[in-house]
Design a protein around this ligand. Structure first.
Ligand SMILES: [Ca+2]
Ligand SMILES: [Ca+2]
Length: 67
Protein backbone atom coordinates (compact mmCIF):
# COMPACT_ATOMS: atom_id res chain seq x y z
CA UNK A 1 0.00 0.00 0.00
CA UNK A 2 1.09 3.61 -0.29
CA UNK A 3 2.47 5.59 2.63
CA UNK A 4 -0.75 7.63 2.82
CA UNK A 5 -2.86 4.45 2.89
CA UNK A 6 -0.66 2.99 5.62
CA UNK A 7 -1.08 6.16 7.68
CA UNK A 8 -4.86 6.01 7.25
CA UNK A 9 -5.00 2.38 8.44
CA UNK A 10 -2.64 3.17 11.31
CA UNK A 11 -4.83 6.00 12.58
CA UNK A 12 -7.89 3.72 12.42
CA UNK A 13 -6.16 1.20 14.69
CA UNK A 14 -4.53 3.78 17.00
CA UNK A 15 -7.80 4.69 18.67
CA UNK A 16 -6.27 6.80 21.44
CA UNK A 17 -4.14 8.64 18.90
CA UNK A 18 -0.85 8.44 20.83
CA UNK A 19 1.14 7.44 17.76
CA UNK A 20 1.70 3.79 18.65
CA UNK A 21 -0.47 0.72 18.47
CA UNK A 22 -0.76 -1.28 21.67
CA UNK A 23 -1.77 -4.94 21.61
CA UNK A 24 -5.16 -4.08 23.10
CA UNK A 25 -5.84 -1.59 20.29
CA UNK A 26 -4.82 -4.24 17.80
CA UNK A 27 -7.13 -6.79 19.40
CA UNK A 28 -10.06 -4.37 19.26
CA UNK A 29 -9.36 -3.72 15.60
CA UNK A 30 -9.03 -7.44 14.93
CA UNK A 31 -12.36 -8.15 16.58
CA UNK A 32 -14.06 -5.88 14.08
CA UNK A 33 -12.06 -7.26 11.17
CA UNK A 34 -12.18 -11.04 11.51
CA UNK A 35 -8.99 -11.29 13.57
CA UNK A 36 -6.75 -9.74 10.97
CA UNK A 37 -5.08 -6.50 9.92
CA UNK A 38 -5.52 -5.97 6.20
CA UNK A 39 -5.77 -9.73 5.73
CA UNK A 40 -2.75 -10.53 7.93
CA UNK A 41 -3.30 -12.50 11.13
CA UNK A 42 -2.72 -10.36 14.23
CA UNK A 43 0.00 -12.57 15.74
CA UNK A 44 1.80 -12.69 12.43
CA UNK A 45 1.46 -8.95 12.02
CA UNK A 46 2.96 -8.19 15.44
CA UNK A 47 5.84 -10.61 14.86
CA UNK A 48 6.59 -9.07 11.51
CA UNK A 49 5.98 -5.40 12.18
CA UNK A 50 7.36 -4.93 15.73
CA UNK A 51 10.99 -4.77 14.72
CA UNK A 52 12.31 -3.54 18.11
CA UNK A 53 10.28 -6.11 20.07
CA UNK A 54 8.61 -3.72 22.54
CA UNK A 55 5.15 -5.11 21.67
CA UNK A 56 4.02 -1.75 20.35
CA UNK A 57 3.83 -0.80 16.72
CA UNK A 58 4.94 2.74 15.97
CA UNK A 59 3.92 4.51 12.78
CA UNK A 60 7.48 4.04 11.52
CA UNK A 61 7.35 0.29 12.10
CA UNK A 62 3.89 0.12 10.61
CA UNK A 63 4.93 1.93 7.46
CA UNK A 64 8.08 -0.16 7.08
CA UNK A 65 5.93 -3.28 7.21
CA UNK A 66 3.27 -2.18 4.75
CA UNK A 67 5.14 -0.02 2.25
CA1 LIG B 1 -2.41 3.97 20.72
CA1 LIG C 1 7.93 -1.65 18.34
Amino acid sequence: MTEAEAEAVFSKIDTDGNGEIRLSELRDYGKANGGSVEGIKLAEFVRGADTDGDRRITLTEFKQYFT
